[in-house]
Ligand binder design. Structure first.
Ligand code: ADP
Ligand code: MG
Length: 602
């Protein structure tokens, strides 16, 4: 550290500000499209090269920029959206901080072409590292075109954090989809490598835009919600409880039309679904909350992704109460403005949960194959890989007493099966111990080991008589196609069927009956998060974990004695079986000493 304090140069402070605002190409896309929307555009074109890493171009038909104002666009704290501090409490534009374009300019090369309505000529300017290199009159249509290239050239360290093209492109598409969701009246087209990957016409209703994200048939698995509490209003759609995801990425929250993230809103939603869905599964929701502008502070976060509510309790209460009512079948609007009808939630999701459980088909008789895989060869599996860095990092359960029952010698088949508790846990005894097992975790571990062991050759597969059509969100399609070969190796055979649609023709046999759309969406989210193409093995392992979880018998499912026997035999055939692939314990052992302690005999 140096002793002397100096005021940062403008270039340095801009680059530092860019670090906050511009995390990745998707942030640039978000800022530019928001500016186009703020300029009143009704038609927006986004062009991406290299997933947005090489260049991002946004062309709009908005009101354009006056020649004299063009240099100001690139200056920090220059905005046309607020003039006094109080204005931010009545703001109806996305931007107001006046720093997005200046931040982008400090780390890239920008070419802008813009014309105001009524102006005879437009303006063209080239800006490098925040400095205007060229500016001159130029002919162009009314509106603005901003092309960004050489992204992060002045902050090469940031460039190293970028993932593969398809992952970055998927992030860009996420940003665009969020804006498309909240601005249905705007036409949006996205072109990547010369190919149109998204073309959304001006929509006549919210439903049309929601179908973009959740598929044309979203009305069959989502419910419309509507509610009001005090000055706060809520509307949107939420998934029926049998359509859940492994994470919260199917959740979209908008406050006064601005996409935000808010942990407490996630929590309010989960509260409404409590007891309707399994733990660690999440519903999909698109919720629009409208509150008077003075009741919400949007100036909390540089990318404006967080807000602070004046009456937080009222907002969270509104969400939970409205969702609880909707899920209970009350006040479900029968149709929205587009005439799409939404059946009452009925019993369909309760039946759905039961159905997924039914696919645990075990043939009776000890010699039969179970779980669609051969269980005979002991030790075929490899050691489980617990290095995945998951948050349940394994630790022997507290009651586990190695002196009494060393885990290496645990022979599940030799235990006496006592019975099932709550349809979820299996109780066993041996001469010297009492053992409790989590049936889902145990089966998951077995499937995972089998899959891993067989991932050199394909697992037993099953062709689908009726191949399943799965619609993907634009942007997700390219990402999935990138991994076609790897998915085929692990038993999922698919091909392109149409724009953003795939046909699944073959799946691993043990996944028969599983909801393939959910499977593919969980896999995609995993791929997107893990990212880079050079992480193929890591991605593959994660996909195997997802598949094992989907294929494994769930909690709340009665197992027959032969099924329990088969599960034990399988556990004996894998070398180490103390945790599930997510790292949760499979079983816990109460040794004699533990029992003595419980009954205070020592
Ligand atoms: P902010 O959006 O917070 O005002 P920006 O740095 O994003 O700050 O943009 C600075 C200013 O440049 C805006 O206030 C607006 O006047 C002008 N501007 C940027 N993009 C466009 C566009 N596509 N059309 C018209 N004006 C634009
Ligand atoms: Mg802006």
């Amino acid at each position: 550290m140096r002793e002397k304090i100096v005021v940062m140069s403008e270039d340095l402070s801009n680059r530092i500000a860019a670090g906050e605002v511009i995390e990745r190409p998707a942030s640039i896309v978000k800022e530019l499209v928001e500016n186009a929307l703020d300029a009143g555009a009704t038609d927006i074109l986004v062009q991406l090269e290299g997933g947005g890493k090489h260049s991002v171009k946004v062309v709009d038909n908005g009101r354009g920029i006056e020649r004299d104002d063009v240099p100001l666009v690139f200056e920090r704290h220059a905005t046309s959206k607020i003039y006094t501090f109080e204005d931010i409490y009545e703001i109806d534009s996305f931007g107001f901080r006046g720093e997005a374009v200046a931040s982008i300019a400090s780390i890239s090369v920008i070419e802008i072409l813009t014309r105001r309505e009524g102006s005879l000529s437009g303006t063209r300017a080239v800006v490098r590292g925040g400095r205007i290199e060229e500016i001159a009159d130029a002919g162009c249509p009314v509106g603005t075109s901003i092309a960004i290239s050489d992204i992060f050239y002045s902050t090469p360290a940031r460039m190293k954090f970028m993932k593969g093209d398809s992952t970055e492109q998927a992030h860009c598409m996420d940003a665009i989809m969020r804006l498309a969701l909240s601005n249905p009246e705007v036409k949006i087209r996205v072109v990547s490598k010369g190919r149109t990957i998204l073309a959304v016409p001006k929509a006549v209703s919210m439903s049309e835009r929601i179908a973009l994200v959740f598929g044309e048939d979203f009305g069959s698995h989502m419910l419309a919600v509507e509610g009001q509490k005090g000055d706060a209003k809520l509307r949107g759609f939420v998934s029926m409880p049998d359509r859940t995801r492994a994470n919260t990425k199917g959740q979209f929250y908008f406050v006064n039309n601005r996409f935000i993230r808010d942990r407490l809103l996630n929590h309010s939603v989960i509260t409404a679904y409590r007891r309707l869905i399994e733990p660690r599964r999440f519903p999909s929701v698109v919720l629009f909350i409208d509150i008077p502008a003075p009741d919400v502070d949007i100036n909390v976060h540089p990318a404006k992704m967080e807000v602070r509510f004046k009456n937080a309790g009222e907002v969270y209460g509104l969400v939970t109460e409205t969702l609880i009512k909707t899920l209970a079948g009350e006040s479900v609007p029968a149709a929205d403005s587009s005439g799409l009808s939404f059946g009452a939630p009925a019993d369909s999701y309760k039946g759905g949960v039961q159905n997924t459980l039914k696919r645990y088909t075990v043939l009776s008789g000890p010699e039969k194959r179970i779980f669609g895989m051969n269980v005979s060869e002991r030790g075929a599996g490899r050691m489980p890989d617990s290095s995945g860095g998951n948050k349940y990092e394994k630790k022997p359960p507290d009651f586990f007493s190695e002196r009494d029952v060393p885990q290496e010698t645990m022979n599940f088949s030799s235990l006496e099966y006592l019975g099932q508790i709550a349809g979820t846990y299996l109780a066993f005894s041996s001469a010297e111990a009492f053992i409790l097992m989590d049936q889902h975790a145990a089966h998951e571990r077995v499937l995972f080991e089998r899959l891993k062991a067989s991932s050199k050759e394909s697992p037993p597969v099953q062709g689908l008589l009726l191949p399943e059509v799965v619609n993907l969100q634009p942007g997700r399609f390219d990402l999935l196609m990138h991994y076609t070969e790897m998915l085929r190796e692990i038993g999922i055979g698919m091909e392109q069927y149409g724009e953003n649609t795939i046909l699944i023709k073959q799946i691993p046999a043990f996944l028969a009956g599983c909801n393939l759309e959910t499977l593919i969406s969980d896999i995609l989210e995993e791929i997107r998060d893990t990212g880079k193409a050079d992480n193929v093995d890591e991605i593959k392992d994660k996909i195997l974990t997802i598949m094992a979880c989907k294929g494994a018998v769930k909690a709340n499912h009665t197992l027959t004695d032969p099924e329990v026997a088969a599960l034990c035999k399988d556990l004996d055939s894998i070398p180490f079986a103390a945790t599930c692939p997510h790292g949760r314990p499979l079983y816990t052992v109460f040794g004699i000493r533990d029992l003595e302690k419980i009954f205070k005999r020592r």
